[in-house]
Design a protein around this ligand. Structure first.
Ligand code: PHE
Length: 355
């Protein structure tokens, strides 16, 4: 059994030699822990004659506090040494935190809204789950009309109405045309004369799934109704949009076409951003457009029957409408050579991180 003085002496010299904090912690346990050396010595008290026990107890306590003190001081030394030795390399690059960004289609939709807001168009939203009536009948496509086949449609069978027909997922944003006319007609009945300048950007659904189609996609629909509206207003508006969205050097042209809900109807082409409408580069056919023009949208003057569905008198008012595909316009703008449009919606982070 070690005597108290021996114990203190060995503690002192051993603590001096200690070089690291974990080592010191080990020592603390060895001396002051529950089964540590101090307590072992203290157990010896029962072999001490009663009159000497008090003194013995005192000396053990002294040893304990002395060792505690030594350990504390050593700890301070070691910590300050460690601090001095620490080197912070301020030239190391910082940690990068992963940052989210808006989906490219969302950014494009915002850009389109802003372009039209500038010339007084109001962004409207109409139901995505819609009555058959607003997608077809109200647009001059009666039940059984073959033109309906151009708009392959997802029907929903949970509701059917005598006038409005079945419910469906809107196959085009044109379903918002008559809803907008009715909304404005109501306000006109309240004495407000308000022409229509609407931009409706929304999700559309058609059952197609291949490299150029996704069953959910977006369209933006422009609708303008007022007194004395004619084709020049349509052309001017689309020209303005094309220059703002695709670039000042781009041009548009209207090509005769057919839609049930417009008369006359046109397809809108925009000049190719690669060959600038020439159709060839250095005597070779342009690979992007082949003809100098890219097909962009459908448009036309609103058919009188559609105005009537919307409660507007076609003798007094006229209007135009157009419908573009958002994804298509986006791909043509960025010259994004997507060989599969489905990557926009399959959630692959490697694609999305590029935006
Ligand atoms: N709704 C038509 C389509 O999806 C486009 C269009 C809109 C045509 C407005 C004329 C007027 O193909």
């Amino acid at each position: 059994m070690q005597s108290i003085s021996e114990l203190m002496a060995s503690a002192k010299s051993e603590i001096k030699k200690i070089k690291t904090l974990p080592e010191l912690e080990g020592y603390e346990i060895e001396y002051l822990g529950r089964n540590g050396r101090i307590n072992v010595v203290l157990e010896d008290i029962k072999n001490i004659p009663t009159e000497k026990r008090k003194e013995f107890g005192k000396s053990v306590n002294l040893a304990k506090t002395t060792i505690q003190e030594l350990i504390k001081n050593k700890q301070k030394d070691l910590v300050s040494q460690e601090d001095k030795g620490q080197f912070i390399d301020i030239t190391l690059p910082g940690r990068k935190y992963p940052k989210g960004s808006l989906h490219p289609v969302t950014t494009t939709i915002e850009e389109i809204s802003k372009i039209f807001e500038k010339i007084g168009f109001i962004r409207m939203s109409y139901p995505e789950v819609e009555w058959e009536y607003y997608s077809f009948e109200s647009l001059n496509m009666p039940i059984g009309h073959p033109a309906r086949d151009d708009f392959e449609t997802f029907f929903l069978d949970f509701a059917e109405d005598k006038k409005y027909g079945k419910m469906l997922l809107t196959p085009h944003t044109s379903s918002g045309q008559v809803r907008e006319m009715l909304r404005v007609a109501k306000s006109e009945a309240r004495g407000k004369q308000s022409p229509i300048r609407m931009i409706n950007i929304a999700k559309c659904y058609r059952p197609n799934w291949d490299v150029t189609h996704t069953p959910m996609f977006h369209q933006f629909e422009g609708l303008c109704v007022d007194k004395n509206i004619n084709i020049t207003h349509l052309k001017g508006t689309i020209d303005y949009f094309a220059k703002k969205f695709f670039g000042e050097a781009r041009e548009i042209r209207l090509r005769p076409h057919h839609f049930q809900f417009t008369e006359p109807s046109f397809e809108i082409d925009v000049s190719c951003g690669v060959c600038f409408g020439k159709g060839e580069i250095n005597g070779k056919k342009c690979k992007v457009c082949k003809s100098g023009w890219l097909e962009l949208a459908g448009s036309g003057l609103v058919h009188p029957n559609v105005l009537k569905s919307g409660g507007i008198d076609p003798e007094k008012y006229s209007g135009w409408a157009f419908g573009f595909g958002v994804e298509r316009a986006m791909m043509m703008k960025e010259d994004l050579q997507l060989n599969d449009m489905r990557v926009l919606y399959n959630g692959d982070i490697r694609f999305l991180e590029q935006f």
